[in-house]
Design a protein around this ligand. Sequence first.
Ligand SMILES: *Cc1c(COP(=O)(O)O)cnc(C)c1O
Length: 611
Amino acid sequence: MSGPSVTVDEAKIEANARAIVGLCAEHGIETVGVCKVVCGMPAVAKAMIRGGVVGIGESRLENVQRLRAGGIVAPIALLRIPPLSAAADIVASVDASLNSEMSVLRALSRAAEERGVAHKVVLMVDLGDLREGFWPDDLMDAVRETMELPGIKFQGIGANLACYGGVIPTEKNMNELADWACRIEDGLGVRVETVSGGNSSALPLVAAGKMPGRINQLRIGEAILLGRETIRRQPWPGTAQDAFALTAEIIELKRKPSVPIGETGQDAFGGKPVFADKGEIMRAILNVGREDADVGGLVPRDANVTILGASSDHLIADVTACRPPLSLGDELTFDLSYAALLAVMTSAYVEKRLVTDARTVRDARVLFAGKSRLFADASQWQDAARWGCDPEFADEPESAAWLDWLREGGRMVVAGKKARAAELCASTAAAGLPLGMIWIGPELDFPFALLGVGPEAVAEECRVSPEHLVFLGLRNANEEKAELVRRFRIETYTMEDVDVLGIRETVRRALRRAAAGSCGILVRFDPTVADRGRDGLTDRECHLAMETVAASDLLRVLDVSGREPVGERDVRRWRRFMLSALGKRILAVSNGTATKRNHGGNGGTEPGTAH
Ligand SMILES: *Cc1c(COP(=O)(O)O)cnc(C)c1O
Protein backbone atom coordinates (compact mmCIF):
# COMPACT_ATOMS: atom_id res chain seq x y z
CA MET A 1 0.00 0.00 0.00
CA SER A 2 1.57 3.29 -1.05
CA GLY A 3 -1.18 5.57 0.20
CA PRO A 4 -3.76 5.76 2.95
CA SER A 5 -6.92 3.68 3.00
CA VAL A 6 -10.38 4.11 4.42
CA THR A 7 -12.24 1.14 5.85
CA VAL A 8 -15.99 0.98 5.44
CA ASP A 9 -17.75 -1.35 7.86
CA GLU A 10 -21.00 -2.54 6.30
CA ALA A 11 -22.33 -4.25 9.41
CA LYS A 12 -21.98 -1.09 11.51
CA ILE A 13 -23.68 1.02 8.87
CA GLU A 14 -26.52 -1.49 8.69
CA ALA A 15 -26.93 -1.52 12.48
CA ASN A 16 -26.83 2.28 12.63
CA ALA A 17 -29.48 2.48 9.93
CA ARG A 18 -31.64 0.02 11.85
CA ALA A 19 -31.38 2.11 15.01
CA ILE A 20 -32.33 5.36 13.26
CA VAL A 21 -35.06 3.76 11.14
CA GLY A 22 -36.53 2.21 14.31
CA LEU A 23 -36.60 5.51 16.16
CA CYS A 24 -38.21 7.33 13.24
CA ALA A 25 -40.74 4.54 12.68
CA GLU A 26 -41.90 4.85 16.28
CA HIS A 27 -42.88 8.41 15.43
CA GLY A 28 -44.52 7.58 12.12
CA ILE A 29 -41.56 8.79 10.09
CA GLU A 30 -39.96 6.95 7.17
CA THR A 31 -36.22 7.21 6.65
CA VAL A 32 -34.47 7.92 3.37
CA GLY A 33 -30.77 6.97 3.55
CA VAL A 34 -28.42 9.63 2.20
CA CYS A 35 -25.10 8.41 0.84
CA LYS A 36 -23.73 11.45 -1.00
CA VAL A 37 -20.83 11.73 1.45
CA VAL A 38 -19.58 8.32 0.35
CA CYS A 39 -20.06 9.27 -3.31
CA GLY A 40 -22.83 6.74 -3.79
CA MET A 41 -20.81 3.69 -2.81
CA PRO A 42 -23.23 0.84 -3.57
CA ALA A 43 -22.16 -1.33 -0.60
CA VAL A 44 -23.05 1.51 1.76
CA ALA A 45 -26.46 2.00 0.16
CA LYS A 46 -27.11 -1.74 0.38
CA ALA A 47 -26.21 -1.73 4.08
CA MET A 48 -28.65 1.15 4.60
CA ILE A 49 -31.35 -0.73 2.72
CA ARG A 50 -30.79 -3.85 4.83
CA GLY A 51 -31.13 -1.56 7.82
CA GLY A 52 -34.60 -0.56 6.66
CA VAL A 53 -34.41 2.76 4.81
CA VAL A 54 -37.23 3.17 2.28
CA GLY A 55 -35.05 4.66 -0.41
CA ILE A 56 -31.79 6.41 -1.14
CA GLY A 57 -31.10 10.13 -1.41
CA GLU A 58 -28.20 11.34 -3.53
CA SER A 59 -26.98 14.74 -4.60
CA ARG A 60 -25.15 13.93 -7.83
CA LEU A 61 -26.15 12.02 -10.94
CA GLU A 62 -22.69 10.41 -11.20
CA ASN A 63 -23.32 8.87 -7.80
CA VAL A 64 -26.80 7.79 -8.85
CA GLN A 65 -25.31 6.01 -11.84
CA ARG A 66 -22.79 4.32 -9.58
CA LEU A 67 -25.62 3.14 -7.32
CA ARG A 68 -27.66 1.82 -10.22
CA ALA A 69 -24.67 0.07 -11.74
CA GLY A 70 -23.96 -1.38 -8.31
CA GLY A 71 -27.36 -3.04 -8.28
CA ILE A 72 -29.46 -0.66 -6.20
CA VAL A 73 -33.06 -1.09 -7.25
CA ALA A 74 -34.66 0.89 -4.40
CA PRO A 75 -36.14 4.29 -5.24
CA ILE A 76 -33.53 7.04 -5.51
CA ALA A 77 -34.30 10.72 -5.00
CA LEU A 78 -32.07 13.54 -6.15
CA LEU A 79 -31.51 15.85 -3.19
CA ARG A 80 -29.62 18.67 -4.78
CA ILE A 81 -31.87 21.08 -6.66
CA PRO A 82 -31.67 19.94 -10.31
CA PRO A 83 -29.94 22.17 -12.84
CA LEU A 84 -32.19 23.33 -15.67
CA SER A 85 -29.77 21.83 -18.18
CA ALA A 86 -30.00 18.29 -16.82
CA ALA A 87 -33.77 17.67 -16.85
CA ALA A 88 -33.62 14.78 -19.32
CA ASP A 89 -30.85 13.00 -17.41
CA ILE A 90 -32.69 13.44 -14.16
CA VAL A 91 -35.99 11.95 -15.22
CA ALA A 92 -34.04 9.08 -16.74
CA SER A 93 -31.93 8.40 -13.66
CA VAL A 94 -33.98 9.05 -10.55
CA ASP A 95 -37.53 8.46 -9.40
CA ALA A 96 -37.95 11.73 -7.58
CA SER A 97 -36.25 15.05 -6.95
CA LEU A 98 -36.41 17.97 -4.53
CA ASN A 99 -37.21 21.22 -6.30
CA SER A 100 -37.45 24.95 -5.83
CA GLU A 101 -37.60 26.50 -9.30
CA MET A 102 -40.70 26.62 -11.47
CA SER A 103 -38.77 26.66 -14.73
CA VAL A 104 -36.89 23.52 -13.71
CA LEU A 105 -40.17 21.82 -12.82
CA ARG A 106 -41.52 22.69 -16.25
CA ALA A 107 -38.40 21.29 -17.90
CA LEU A 108 -38.63 18.11 -15.83
CA SER A 109 -42.26 17.74 -16.86
CA ARG A 110 -41.42 18.04 -20.56
CA ALA A 111 -38.56 15.57 -20.21
CA ALA A 112 -40.71 13.11 -18.27
CA GLU A 113 -43.47 13.32 -20.85
CA GLU A 114 -41.01 12.62 -23.64
CA ARG A 115 -39.77 9.60 -21.77
CA GLY A 116 -43.22 8.41 -20.90
CA VAL A 117 -42.66 8.45 -17.15
CA ALA A 118 -44.11 10.37 -14.22
CA HIS A 119 -41.38 12.13 -12.25
CA LYS A 120 -42.14 12.66 -8.57
CA VAL A 121 -41.28 15.97 -6.98
CA VAL A 122 -41.07 17.33 -3.48
CA LEU A 123 -41.26 21.12 -3.34
CA MET A 124 -38.82 22.59 -0.87
CA VAL A 125 -39.83 25.40 1.45
CA ASP A 126 -37.21 27.77 2.85
CA LEU A 127 -37.86 27.97 6.57
CA GLY A 128 -35.02 30.43 7.11
CA ASP A 129 -31.79 28.47 6.58
CA LEU A 130 -31.43 30.34 3.26
CA ARG A 131 -30.28 27.38 1.24
CA GLU A 132 -32.84 25.82 -1.14
CA GLY A 133 -36.57 26.32 -1.12
CA PHE A 134 -39.51 28.36 -2.32
CA TRP A 135 -40.09 31.38 -0.16
CA PRO A 136 -43.27 30.54 1.80
CA ASP A 137 -45.25 33.36 0.12
CA ASP A 138 -44.72 31.70 -3.25
CA LEU A 139 -45.45 28.14 -2.21
CA MET A 140 -49.19 27.92 -2.92
CA ASP A 141 -48.80 29.21 -6.47
CA ALA A 142 -45.90 26.84 -7.04
CA VAL A 143 -47.89 23.82 -5.91
CA ARG A 144 -50.88 24.92 -7.99
CA GLU A 145 -48.76 25.15 -11.10
CA THR A 146 -46.88 21.93 -10.34
CA MET A 147 -50.13 20.01 -10.10
CA GLU A 148 -50.93 21.02 -13.65
CA LEU A 149 -47.66 19.80 -15.11
CA PRO A 150 -48.44 16.62 -17.07
CA GLY A 151 -45.13 14.82 -16.56
CA ILE A 152 -44.93 15.53 -12.84
CA LYS A 153 -46.41 13.83 -9.83
CA PHE A 154 -46.57 16.20 -6.86
CA GLN A 155 -45.46 14.10 -3.92
CA GLY A 156 -45.22 16.62 -1.13
CA ILE A 157 -43.17 19.34 0.50
CA GLY A 158 -39.94 19.41 2.40
CA ALA A 159 -37.44 21.56 4.21
CA ASN A 160 -33.74 21.50 4.88
CA LEU A 161 -32.26 23.20 7.91
CA ALA A 162 -28.92 23.38 9.68
CA CYS A 163 -26.99 23.19 6.42
CA TYR A 164 -26.10 26.71 5.35
CA GLY A 165 -27.55 29.10 7.92
CA GLY A 166 -27.22 26.61 10.78
CA VAL A 167 -30.87 27.14 11.70
CA ILE A 168 -31.91 24.44 14.18
CA PRO A 169 -35.08 22.44 13.55
CA THR A 170 -37.59 23.33 16.26
CA GLU A 171 -41.19 22.56 17.03
CA LYS A 172 -41.97 26.04 15.72
CA ASN A 173 -40.38 25.80 12.28
CA MET A 174 -41.47 22.16 11.84
CA ASN A 175 -45.02 23.17 12.72
CA GLU A 176 -44.75 25.82 10.08
CA LEU A 177 -43.90 23.13 7.51
CA ALA A 178 -46.75 20.94 8.78
CA ASP A 179 -49.14 23.91 8.50
CA TRP A 180 -48.16 24.40 4.91
CA ALA A 181 -49.08 20.78 4.21
CA CYS A 182 -52.53 21.37 5.72
CA ARG A 183 -53.01 24.64 3.87
CA ILE A 184 -52.12 23.00 0.56
CA GLU A 185 -54.53 20.15 1.20
CA ASP A 186 -57.36 22.45 2.23
CA GLY A 187 -56.74 25.15 -0.35
CA LEU A 188 -55.90 23.05 -3.38
CA GLY A 189 -57.62 19.76 -2.66
CA VAL A 190 -54.48 17.72 -3.28
CA ARG A 191 -53.01 15.11 -0.99
CA VAL A 192 -49.59 15.98 0.41
CA GLU A 193 -48.25 12.46 0.68
CA THR A 194 -44.78 13.28 1.91
CA VAL A 195 -43.77 15.96 4.38
CA SER A 196 -40.01 15.64 4.44
CA GLY A 197 -38.82 17.38 7.57
CA GLY A 198 -35.08 17.44 7.15
CA ASN A 199 -31.79 15.73 7.86
CA SER A 200 -29.85 14.33 10.83
CA SER A 201 -30.25 17.64 12.66
CA ALA A 202 -33.96 16.84 13.12
CA LEU A 203 -33.37 13.67 15.15
CA PRO A 204 -33.19 15.30 18.60
CA LEU A 205 -36.65 16.75 18.01
CA VAL A 206 -37.95 13.31 17.02
CA ALA A 207 -36.39 11.64 20.05
CA ALA A 208 -37.89 14.27 22.33
CA GLY A 209 -41.33 13.44 20.90
CA LYS A 210 -41.73 17.00 19.67
CA MET A 211 -41.78 16.45 15.92
CA PRO A 212 -45.23 17.43 14.64
CA GLY A 213 -47.24 14.39 13.55
CA ARG A 214 -47.58 15.67 10.02
CA ILE A 215 -43.84 15.27 9.34
CA ASN A 216 -43.53 11.76 7.91
CA GLN A 217 -40.11 11.58 6.31
CA LEU A 218 -36.51 12.41 7.17
CA ARG A 219 -33.47 12.20 4.91
CA ILE A 220 -30.61 10.92 7.02
CA GLY A 221 -26.93 10.69 6.14
CA GLU A 222 -24.51 11.56 8.93
CA ALA A 223 -26.45 9.97 11.78
CA ILE A 224 -26.41 6.62 9.97
CA LEU A 225 -22.86 6.79 8.68
CA LEU A 226 -21.06 8.44 11.59
CA GLY A 227 -23.59 7.86 14.38
CA ARG A 228 -23.96 11.52 15.33
CA GLU A 229 -26.67 14.12 15.44
CA THR A 230 -25.49 17.23 13.72
CA ILE A 231 -26.31 20.16 15.95
CA ARG A 232 -23.77 19.40 18.64
CA ARG A 233 -22.25 16.37 16.94
CA GLN A 234 -23.01 14.17 19.92
CA PRO A 235 -22.93 10.38 19.49
CA TRP A 236 -26.44 9.19 18.75
CA PRO A 237 -27.68 6.55 21.23
CA GLY A 238 -27.57 3.02 19.86
CA THR A 239 -25.24 3.81 16.99
CA ALA A 240 -21.55 3.22 16.35
CA GLN A 241 -19.32 6.18 15.52
CA ASP A 242 -16.56 4.11 13.95
CA ALA A 243 -18.08 2.64 10.80
CA PHE A 244 -15.35 4.47 8.88
CA ALA A 245 -11.67 4.81 9.67
CA LEU A 246 -8.69 6.23 7.86
CA THR A 247 -5.44 4.32 8.12
CA ALA A 248 -2.06 5.71 7.12
CA GLU A 249 1.49 4.45 7.41
CA ILE A 250 4.44 6.00 9.20
CA ILE A 251 7.02 6.79 6.51
CA GLU A 252 9.47 8.68 8.70
CA LEU A 253 9.95 8.44 12.46
CA LYS A 254 12.64 10.54 14.12
CA ARG A 255 13.38 12.41 17.28
CA LYS A 256 13.61 16.09 16.32
CA PRO A 257 13.03 19.48 17.97
CA SER A 258 9.47 20.73 18.25
CA VAL A 259 10.31 24.18 16.85
CA PRO A 260 11.78 24.77 13.35
CA ILE A 261 15.30 26.10 13.15
CA GLY A 262 15.89 29.26 11.12
CA GLU A 263 13.84 32.27 10.14
CA THR A 264 10.22 31.28 9.33
CA GLY A 265 7.87 32.64 6.66
CA GLN A 266 4.68 31.22 5.19
CA ASP A 267 4.03 27.47 5.02
CA ALA A 268 3.08 25.68 1.80
CA PHE A 269 -0.53 26.79 2.09
CA GLY A 270 0.12 30.45 2.85
CA GLY A 271 -0.41 30.10 6.60
CA LYS A 272 1.95 31.32 9.30
CA PRO A 273 2.42 28.37 11.61
CA VAL A 274 3.05 28.74 15.34
CA PHE A 275 4.96 26.18 17.36
CA ALA A 276 4.95 25.28 21.04
CA ASP A 277 8.40 24.41 22.32
CA LYS A 278 8.16 20.98 23.91
CA GLY A 279 11.83 20.20 23.47
CA GLU A 280 12.75 17.14 21.43
CA ILE A 281 9.82 14.95 20.43
CA MET A 282 9.21 11.76 18.45
CA ARG A 283 7.87 13.01 15.14
CA ALA A 284 6.08 10.67 12.77
CA ILE A 285 5.42 11.54 9.16
CA LEU A 286 2.44 9.67 7.68
CA ASN A 287 1.61 9.05 4.03
CA VAL A 288 -1.57 11.08 4.10
CA GLY A 289 -1.98 14.76 3.37
CA ARG A 290 -4.36 17.46 2.27
CA GLU A 291 -4.59 15.81 -1.12
CA ASP A 292 -6.39 12.93 0.59
CA ALA A 293 -8.29 14.31 3.53
CA ASP A 294 -9.50 17.34 5.40
CA VAL A 295 -6.76 17.07 7.98
CA GLY A 296 -8.59 19.17 10.55
CA GLY A 297 -11.30 16.51 10.63
CA LEU A 298 -9.00 13.60 11.53
CA VAL A 299 -9.05 12.38 15.11
CA PRO A 300 -6.35 9.85 16.07
CA ARG A 301 -7.84 6.73 17.69
CA ASP A 302 -4.79 6.59 19.92
CA ALA A 303 -5.23 9.52 22.32
CA ASN A 304 -1.43 9.70 22.74
CA VAL A 305 -1.05 10.87 19.14
CA THR A 306 -1.22 14.63 18.50
CA ILE A 307 -1.50 15.95 14.96
CA LEU A 308 0.99 18.80 14.46
CA GLY A 309 0.20 19.75 10.91
CA ALA A 310 0.04 18.62 7.31
CA SER A 311 1.12 19.48 3.79
CA SER A 312 -0.24 18.11 0.51
CA ASP A 313 1.18 14.64 1.00
CA HIS A 314 2.42 14.43 4.59
CA LEU A 315 0.82 14.47 7.98
CA ILE A 316 3.10 15.18 10.91
CA ALA A 317 2.23 13.89 14.36
CA ASP A 318 3.78 13.94 17.78
CA VAL A 319 3.91 10.30 18.88
CA THR A 320 6.27 10.74 21.85
CA ALA A 321 3.65 9.50 24.30
CA CYS A 322 2.71 6.32 22.41
CA ARG A 323 3.21 3.08 24.32
CA PRO A 324 4.67 0.80 23.22
CA PRO A 325 6.78 3.13 21.09
CA LEU A 326 5.89 3.14 17.42
CA SER A 327 8.11 1.88 14.61
CA LEU A 328 8.60 2.95 11.06
CA GLY A 329 5.99 1.18 8.90
CA ASP A 330 3.37 1.09 11.67
CA GLU A 331 -0.09 2.27 10.80
CA LEU A 332 -2.12 4.88 12.64
CA THR A 333 -5.90 4.98 12.50
CA PHE A 334 -8.12 8.06 12.57
CA ASP A 335 -11.80 8.72 13.06
CA LEU A 336 -13.29 11.11 10.56
CA SER A 337 -15.48 14.18 10.67
CA TYR A 338 -18.16 14.53 8.00
CA ALA A 339 -15.88 16.83 6.01
CA ALA A 340 -12.94 14.45 6.32
CA LEU A 341 -15.10 11.51 5.29
CA LEU A 342 -16.29 13.41 2.23
CA ALA A 343 -12.69 14.19 1.28
CA VAL A 344 -11.32 10.67 1.72
CA MET A 345 -14.21 9.11 -0.16
CA THR A 346 -13.75 11.59 -3.00
CA SER A 347 -9.97 11.37 -3.18
CA ALA A 348 -8.69 9.05 -5.88
CA TYR A 349 -5.59 8.51 -3.75
CA VAL A 350 -7.35 6.86 -0.84
CA GLU A 351 -8.00 3.15 -1.20
CA LYS A 352 -11.52 2.09 -0.16
CA ARG A 353 -11.63 -1.15 1.83
CA LEU A 354 -14.90 -2.77 2.54
CA VAL A 355 -15.12 -4.58 5.87
CA THR A 356 -17.75 -7.20 5.30
CA ASP A 357 -19.24 -9.02 8.21
CA ALA A 358 -19.58 -12.75 7.60
CA ARG A 359 -23.34 -12.43 8.06
CA THR A 360 -23.73 -9.73 5.48
CA VAL A 361 -21.72 -11.37 2.72
CA ARG A 362 -23.89 -12.70 0.02
CA ASP A 363 -23.56 -16.39 0.64
CA ALA A 364 -21.09 -17.91 -1.76
CA ARG A 365 -22.63 -21.38 -1.52
CA VAL A 366 -24.56 -22.32 -4.61
CA LEU A 367 -26.47 -25.59 -4.91
CA PHE A 368 -26.72 -26.81 -8.49
CA ALA A 369 -29.80 -28.97 -8.33
CA GLY A 370 -30.97 -31.40 -11.00
CA LYS A 371 -29.37 -33.52 -13.69
CA SER A 372 -28.35 -31.22 -16.50
CA ARG A 373 -25.71 -30.84 -19.16
CA LEU A 374 -25.35 -27.28 -17.89
CA PHE A 375 -23.70 -28.56 -14.71
CA ALA A 376 -21.68 -31.32 -16.29
CA ASP A 377 -18.30 -29.85 -17.19
CA ALA A 378 -16.13 -29.84 -14.06
CA SER A 379 -13.47 -27.52 -15.48
CA GLN A 380 -15.83 -24.54 -15.31
CA TRP A 381 -15.83 -24.62 -11.50
CA GLN A 382 -12.09 -24.42 -11.08
CA ASP A 383 -12.04 -20.65 -10.76
CA ALA A 384 -15.48 -20.40 -9.12
CA ALA A 385 -14.13 -19.16 -5.80
CA ARG A 386 -12.53 -16.27 -7.60
CA TRP A 387 -15.92 -14.84 -8.58
CA GLY A 388 -17.58 -15.71 -5.30
CA CYS A 389 -19.14 -19.11 -5.88
CA ASP A 390 -18.71 -22.21 -3.74
CA PRO A 391 -20.54 -24.92 -5.72
CA GLU A 392 -22.31 -28.06 -4.52
CA PHE A 393 -24.28 -30.50 -6.62
CA ALA A 394 -27.44 -32.54 -6.03
CA ASP A 395 -28.84 -34.70 -8.80
CA GLU A 396 -32.33 -35.25 -7.49
CA PRO A 397 -33.14 -32.50 -5.02
CA GLU A 398 -36.09 -32.83 -2.68
CA SER A 399 -37.99 -29.69 -1.83
CA ALA A 400 -37.24 -30.20 1.89
CA ALA A 401 -33.51 -30.14 1.14
CA TRP A 402 -33.66 -27.01 -0.92
CA LEU A 403 -35.67 -25.20 1.74
CA ASP A 404 -32.97 -25.95 4.30
CA TRP A 405 -30.38 -24.76 1.87
CA LEU A 406 -32.19 -21.46 1.25
CA ARG A 407 -32.94 -20.93 4.93
CA GLU A 408 -29.24 -21.20 5.68
CA GLY A 409 -28.53 -18.45 3.19
CA GLY A 410 -27.34 -20.46 0.20
CA ARG A 411 -28.42 -19.81 -3.35
CA MET A 412 -29.64 -22.36 -5.88
CA VAL A 413 -29.63 -23.03 -9.57
CA VAL A 414 -32.23 -25.55 -10.68
CA ALA A 415 -31.96 -27.22 -14.08
CA GLY A 416 -32.87 -30.45 -15.83
CA LYS A 417 -35.56 -31.72 -18.20
CA LYS A 418 -38.33 -31.63 -15.67
CA ALA A 419 -39.83 -28.20 -14.94
CA ARG A 420 -39.45 -27.52 -11.24
CA ALA A 421 -40.53 -23.88 -10.99
CA ALA A 422 -44.08 -24.48 -9.76
CA GLU A 423 -42.91 -26.91 -7.09
CA LEU A 424 -40.20 -24.47 -5.98
CA CYS A 425 -42.58 -21.54 -5.73
CA ALA A 426 -45.22 -23.49 -3.84
CA SER A 427 -42.79 -25.00 -1.37
CA THR A 428 -41.00 -21.74 -0.60
CA ALA A 429 -44.34 -19.94 -0.16
CA ALA A 430 -45.63 -22.68 2.14
CA ALA A 431 -42.41 -22.58 4.17
CA GLY A 432 -42.86 -18.89 4.95
CA LEU A 433 -40.00 -17.93 2.64
CA PRO A 434 -41.90 -15.95 0.04
CA LEU A 435 -39.68 -15.20 -2.93
CA GLY A 436 -40.33 -12.45 -5.44
CA MET A 437 -40.50 -13.97 -8.88
CA ILE A 438 -39.31 -12.74 -12.24
CA TRP A 439 -40.52 -14.96 -15.01
CA ILE A 440 -38.34 -14.40 -18.07
CA GLY A 441 -39.42 -16.09 -21.26
CA PRO A 442 -41.18 -15.65 -24.58
CA GLU A 443 -44.31 -17.63 -23.62
CA LEU A 444 -46.77 -17.04 -20.84
CA ASP A 445 -46.22 -20.53 -19.44
CA PHE A 446 -46.54 -19.51 -15.82
CA PRO A 447 -48.56 -22.07 -13.83
CA PHE A 448 -51.53 -19.94 -12.82
CA ALA A 449 -52.53 -22.69 -10.43
CA LEU A 450 -49.99 -21.01 -8.12
CA LEU A 451 -52.32 -18.02 -7.94
CA GLY A 452 -55.26 -20.29 -7.13
CA VAL A 453 -56.66 -20.51 -10.67
CA GLY A 454 -58.26 -23.57 -12.28
CA PRO A 455 -58.90 -27.12 -11.22
CA GLU A 456 -55.29 -27.66 -10.14
CA ALA A 457 -55.21 -24.56 -7.92
CA VAL A 458 -52.69 -25.06 -5.13
CA ALA A 459 -53.68 -24.86 -1.48
CA GLU A 460 -54.01 -21.39 0.01
CA GLU A 461 -50.69 -21.54 1.91
CA CYS A 462 -48.74 -22.49 -1.24
CA ARG A 463 -49.99 -19.57 -3.27
CA VAL A 464 -47.78 -16.93 -4.73
CA SER A 465 -48.63 -13.29 -4.25
CA PRO A 466 -49.33 -11.56 -7.58
CA GLU A 467 -47.63 -8.34 -6.37
CA HIS A 468 -44.36 -10.24 -6.16
CA LEU A 469 -44.61 -11.62 -9.68
CA VAL A 470 -43.24 -10.00 -12.83
CA PHE A 471 -43.32 -11.29 -16.42
CA LEU A 472 -40.51 -10.20 -18.68
CA GLY A 473 -39.65 -10.74 -22.34
CA LEU A 474 -43.12 -11.86 -23.32
CA ARG A 475 -43.88 -12.30 -27.03
CA ASN A 476 -47.00 -14.50 -27.02
CA ALA A 477 -50.00 -14.88 -24.77
CA ASN A 478 -53.46 -16.21 -25.58
CA GLU A 479 -56.47 -14.14 -24.63
CA GLU A 480 -57.38 -16.32 -21.68
CA LYS A 481 -53.97 -15.89 -20.07
CA ALA A 482 -53.77 -12.20 -20.93
CA GLU A 483 -57.05 -11.81 -19.07
CA LEU A 484 -55.51 -13.45 -15.98
CA VAL A 485 -52.53 -11.09 -16.16
CA ARG A 486 -54.94 -8.16 -16.19
CA ARG A 487 -57.15 -9.60 -13.48
CA PHE A 488 -54.25 -10.15 -11.07
CA ARG A 489 -52.54 -6.91 -12.19
CA ILE A 490 -49.27 -8.72 -12.75
CA GLU A 491 -46.50 -6.38 -13.78
CA THR A 492 -45.50 -7.38 -17.28
CA TYR A 493 -42.74 -6.23 -19.59
CA THR A 494 -43.15 -7.30 -23.19
CA MET A 495 -40.39 -7.17 -25.80
CA GLU A 496 -41.78 -3.79 -26.80
CA ASP A 497 -41.24 -2.48 -23.27
CA VAL A 498 -37.69 -3.83 -23.36
CA ASP A 499 -37.10 -1.97 -26.63
CA VAL A 500 -38.33 1.29 -25.14
CA LEU A 501 -36.80 1.09 -21.66
CA GLY A 502 -33.66 -0.88 -22.39
CA ILE A 503 -32.99 -4.23 -20.74
CA ARG A 504 -31.14 -2.90 -17.71
CA GLU A 505 -33.90 -0.50 -16.71
CA THR A 506 -36.55 -3.15 -17.37
CA VAL A 507 -34.81 -5.66 -15.12
CA ARG A 508 -34.22 -3.02 -12.48
CA ARG A 509 -37.94 -2.22 -12.37
CA ALA A 510 -38.82 -5.89 -12.30
CA LEU A 511 -36.42 -6.48 -9.41
CA ARG A 512 -37.79 -3.58 -7.46
CA ARG A 513 -41.36 -4.76 -7.87
CA ALA A 514 -40.65 -8.40 -7.10
CA ALA A 515 -38.31 -7.69 -4.19
CA ALA A 516 -40.54 -5.37 -2.17
CA GLY A 517 -41.43 -7.25 0.97
CA SER A 518 -40.09 -10.63 -0.19
CA CYS A 519 -37.14 -12.71 1.01
CA GLY A 520 -35.16 -12.34 -2.20
CA ILE A 521 -35.84 -13.28 -5.77
CA LEU A 522 -36.44 -16.37 -7.83
CA VAL A 523 -35.62 -15.81 -11.47
CA ARG A 524 -37.15 -18.30 -13.84
CA PHE A 525 -35.17 -18.00 -17.03
CA ASP A 526 -36.24 -19.67 -20.23
CA PRO A 527 -33.13 -19.41 -22.41
CA THR A 528 -35.22 -19.57 -25.59
CA VAL A 529 -36.06 -15.93 -24.89
CA ALA A 530 -32.64 -15.33 -26.43
CA ASP A 531 -33.10 -15.81 -30.16
CA ARG A 532 -30.23 -13.57 -31.14
CA GLY A 533 -32.53 -10.57 -31.28
CA ARG A 534 -34.87 -11.85 -34.03
CA ASP A 535 -38.06 -11.44 -32.01
CA GLY A 536 -36.62 -11.79 -28.56
CA LEU A 537 -33.50 -10.76 -26.72
CA THR A 538 -29.96 -10.76 -28.02
CA ASP A 539 -27.38 -12.76 -26.12
CA ARG A 540 -25.84 -9.51 -24.94
CA GLU A 541 -29.18 -8.36 -23.55
CA CYS A 542 -29.54 -11.65 -21.71
CA HIS A 543 -26.14 -11.20 -20.15
CA LEU A 544 -26.94 -7.64 -19.16
CA ALA A 545 -30.22 -8.84 -17.64
CA MET A 546 -28.43 -11.54 -15.67
CA GLU A 547 -25.66 -9.15 -14.61
CA THR A 548 -28.25 -6.68 -13.36
CA VAL A 549 -29.83 -9.48 -11.34
CA ALA A 550 -26.42 -10.45 -9.94
CA ALA A 551 -25.51 -6.90 -9.00
CA SER A 552 -28.71 -6.48 -7.02
CA ASP A 553 -27.60 -9.21 -4.59
CA LEU A 554 -31.25 -10.26 -4.47
CA LEU A 555 -31.05 -13.57 -6.31
CA ARG A 556 -31.86 -16.68 -4.26
CA VAL A 557 -32.94 -19.13 -6.93
CA LEU A 558 -32.23 -19.28 -10.63
CA ASP A 559 -34.54 -21.74 -12.33
CA VAL A 560 -33.65 -22.91 -15.82
CA SER A 561 -35.43 -26.24 -15.52
CA GLY A 562 -37.90 -27.60 -18.05
CA ARG A 563 -35.61 -27.29 -21.02
CA GLU A 564 -32.30 -28.86 -21.81
CA PRO A 565 -29.86 -27.43 -24.30
CA VAL A 566 -29.43 -29.63 -27.35
CA GLY A 567 -26.18 -28.77 -29.11
CA GLU A 568 -22.85 -28.15 -27.41
CA ARG A 569 -23.11 -24.56 -28.54
CA ASP A 570 -26.34 -23.98 -26.62
CA VAL A 571 -24.85 -25.69 -23.59
CA ARG A 572 -22.10 -23.10 -23.59
CA ARG A 573 -24.41 -20.16 -24.24
CA TRP A 574 -26.95 -21.13 -21.58
CA ARG A 575 -24.23 -21.86 -19.09
CA ARG A 576 -22.77 -18.41 -19.62
CA PHE A 577 -26.18 -16.84 -18.95
CA MET A 578 -26.42 -18.88 -15.76
CA LEU A 579 -22.99 -17.85 -14.58
CA SER A 580 -23.70 -14.17 -15.28
CA ALA A 581 -26.70 -14.36 -12.96
CA LEU A 582 -24.44 -15.74 -10.25
CA GLY A 583 -22.08 -12.81 -10.58
CA LYS A 584 -19.36 -14.09 -12.87
CA ARG A 585 -17.84 -11.25 -14.81
CA ILE A 586 -15.24 -11.23 -17.49
CA LEU A 587 -12.68 -9.66 -15.15
CA ALA A 588 -13.92 -11.49 -12.11
CA VAL A 589 -13.24 -10.09 -8.68
CA SER A 590 -15.20 -11.80 -5.96
CA ASN A 591 -17.87 -9.79 -4.21
CA GLY A 592 -16.99 -8.30 -0.85
CA THR A 593 -13.28 -7.91 -1.39
CA ALA A 594 -11.45 -4.66 -0.85
CA THR A 595 -12.39 -2.07 -3.38
CA LYS A 596 -9.35 -1.00 -5.26
CA ARG A 597 -8.50 2.57 -5.93
CA ASN A 598 -9.90 3.86 -9.15
CA HIS A 599 -9.56 7.23 -10.70
CA GLY A 600 -13.19 8.08 -10.25
CA GLY A 601 -12.21 7.87 -6.63
CA ASN A 602 -15.09 5.84 -5.31
CA GLY A 603 -14.70 2.15 -5.34
CA GLY A 604 -14.94 1.09 -8.95
CA THR A 605 -18.28 0.11 -10.31
CA GLU A 606 -17.23 -0.19 -13.88
CA PRO A 607 -18.50 -3.42 -15.37
CA GLY A 608 -16.04 -6.13 -14.57
CA THR A 609 -15.20 -5.06 -11.04
CA ALA A 610 -17.15 -5.78 -7.92
CA HIS A 611 -18.70 -2.76 -6.18
C1 LIG B 1 -27.15 16.03 2.63
C2 LIG B 1 -28.59 16.21 2.73
C3 LIG B 1 -29.32 15.50 3.68
C4 LIG B 1 -28.67 14.58 4.70
O1 LIG B 1 -28.01 15.34 5.65
P1 LIG B 1 -27.32 14.68 6.94
O2 LIG B 1 -26.96 15.82 7.78
O3 LIG B 1 -26.13 13.94 6.45
O4 LIG B 1 -28.33 13.80 7.57
C5 LIG B 1 -30.69 15.66 3.69
N1 LIG B 1 -31.30 16.49 2.82
C6 LIG B 1 -30.64 17.20 1.89
C7 LIG B 1 -31.39 18.09 0.97
C8 LIG B 1 -29.25 17.08 1.81
O5 LIG B 1 -28.60 17.77 0.88
